[in-house]
Write a protein that binds this ligand. Structure first.
Ligand code: RB5
Length: 153
């Protein structure tokens, strides 16, 4: 599976650790930036958007985003139509984000979770499958909101 990674300066170290972790498990990992941990002026919406767009156009199947809290970068990713990015700080939510919400992107806060917990969260996210059925109908309702607001523009 191809996975896109993105982070701001706050998340670079954890992002690189998680890339190595998933590479060892056989995933094909691409880094969409940012790249300089000392550039404290970099902006999390940039990598959030890049990874989300890569998922939306099918360049990668899933994404992993990391910023300080996991929030800002997920908010940016979720603005890309069709993208569902979940901020997770424990494995249960990460698993359910896939099983019930069909999320394609996992977002985490490097200032919230440590490396080993982040790996457990990643394992739960990538080990889960969407259950479909009644959950698919609900995910479709989320998409409908995008469609409805798109018509207003
Ligand atoms: C950067 O200091 C911080 O604001 C960012 O990494 C993130 O936590 C924003 O949501």
């Amino acid at each position: 599976m191809k996975v896109g990674f993105g982070s701001d300066h706050a998340g670079i170290e954890l992002k690189l650790q998680l890339m190595e972790y998933l590479k060892e498990k056989g995933y094909e990992c691409t880094d969409y930036g940012n790249y300089d941990p000392n550039d404290r002026g970099d902006d999390y919406p940039v990598p959030g958007r890049l990874v989300a767009e890569a998922v939306a156009r099918g360049e990668v199947e899933k994404g992993v985003l990391v910023c300080g809290t996991g929030l800002g970068i997920s908010l940016a990713a979720n603005k890309v139509p069709g993208i569902r990015a979940a901020v997770c700080s424990e494995p249960y939510t990460a698993q359910m984000a896939v099983r019930h919400n069909n999320c394609q992107i996992l977002s985490m806060g490097a200032r919230v979770v440590g490396r080993d917990l982040a790996k457990m969260i990643v394992d739960s996210f990538f080990g889960a499958s969407f259950e479909g059925g009644r959950h698919a109908a609900r995910v479709d309702m989320i998409s409908q909101i995008e469609t409805d607001y798109g018509k207003c523009r």
